[in-house]
Design a protein. Sequence first.
Length: 204
Amino acid sequence: MGNEARLEILTRINRATAAGERPQVERTAVPASVRPHAEIVAQFAEYAAEYRAEVHRVSEAELAALLTKLLAAQNVLVPEGFPAQVLLQLTPRKPQATHADLAAYDAVLTTCAVAIAETGTVVLDHGPGQGRRALTLIPDRHICVVRSEQVVESVPQAVAALQAAVEAGRPLTWISGPSATSDIELSRVEGVHGPRRLEIVLVE
């Protein structure tokens, strides 16, 4: 885009804003999925694993025992609001900690707000059981509990499910696999911007 075209666009925006005009945005309804939900959940598990997340599929009855096994001998941060009935030997820690304090934890255990099948993504809105954003970025291991009913098929469906969190002004963290980046030679390095390990416990 040339400078003249850019200037013209910015001028029009400025005039419209000054005149109090607001463009009318036409929003189309988010279509409901027609696929069996079990198929959508299976796709989420498959795609999340392709992003190098470790996926554990368990029943509700198996959940507490699995978490105890995964987090044995670990210094685990559990945000307030995490369901107490599945913690067993784990004690929730209040998240009033500095970044240096958070680095001392081996792992963080959270719930999520929604999960997306078509991208293998989990989304945190930092409500109960999820803690503030730094809690899931600094510890080296993130274990996220996803319930099958939280899995939606598409990004538009996820955005619709997150509307209340957005209106409340809560931040959103979209996670597709462990933190990773590549340098100019495409050498992959994990853990630069967040946890090196992402484990998803999918409760069905």
